[in-house]
Design a binder for this molecule. Structure first.
Ligand code: SF4
Ligand code: SF4
Length: 132
């Protein structure tokens, strides 16, 4: 059993892709996504992203991310923050963060203690750099 699967198993409920706001894309996210969509960034921007000042996010359609359709249509090139979810490092600093995330994501393993969860998450975060 992998470390990740000890604390998280995605139920593909789509909850994290719902809402009228989406997470922001950094430069690496934009380059990777445009490559996966096989189009220049300018075209991807026009079709799929919305820009507010210096913040670039995916557009939303009917209150979900434009890429959500019974799963993520750009899964392999999704933004790093999407790839990181729900294993956010803020879980390690405050149990309330853990409870908030655990209550919104049914994939979180709630059958182990907060301490055990953090021990495993720490190991995962040492090995995986989600921000690249
Ligand atoms: S909310 Fe959690 S279980 Fe549901 S799709 Fe998102 S990561 Fe997977
Ligand atoms: S890019 Fe994919 S994983 Fe991220 S919010 Fe949109 S549909 Fe969900």
């Amino acid at each position: 059993m992998s470390l990740v699967s000890q604390i998280f198993s995605c139920q593909r409920c789509g909850v994290c892709c719902q809402g009228d706001t989406t997470i922001s894309l950094n430069e690496g996210d934009r380059q990777r996504m445009a490559r996966a969509l096989v189009m220049p960034e300018s075209e991807a921007c026009k079709k799929f992203w919305r820009t507010t000042g210096s913040t670039v996010q995916m557009k939303t359609v009917e209150s979900h991310c434009i890429f959500y359709e019974q799963g993520c249509k750009v899964h392999e090139a999704r933004p790093w923050r999407c790839a990181q979810w729900p294993l956010h490092p803020a879980i390690l600093t405050d149990e309330n963060n853990f409870l908030t995330i655990a209550n919104s994501c049914p994939g979180i393993n709630k059958n182990i203690s907060y301490r055990q969860f953090c021990e495993i998450l720490q190991e995962i975060l040492k090995k995986v750099n989600f921000s690249c």
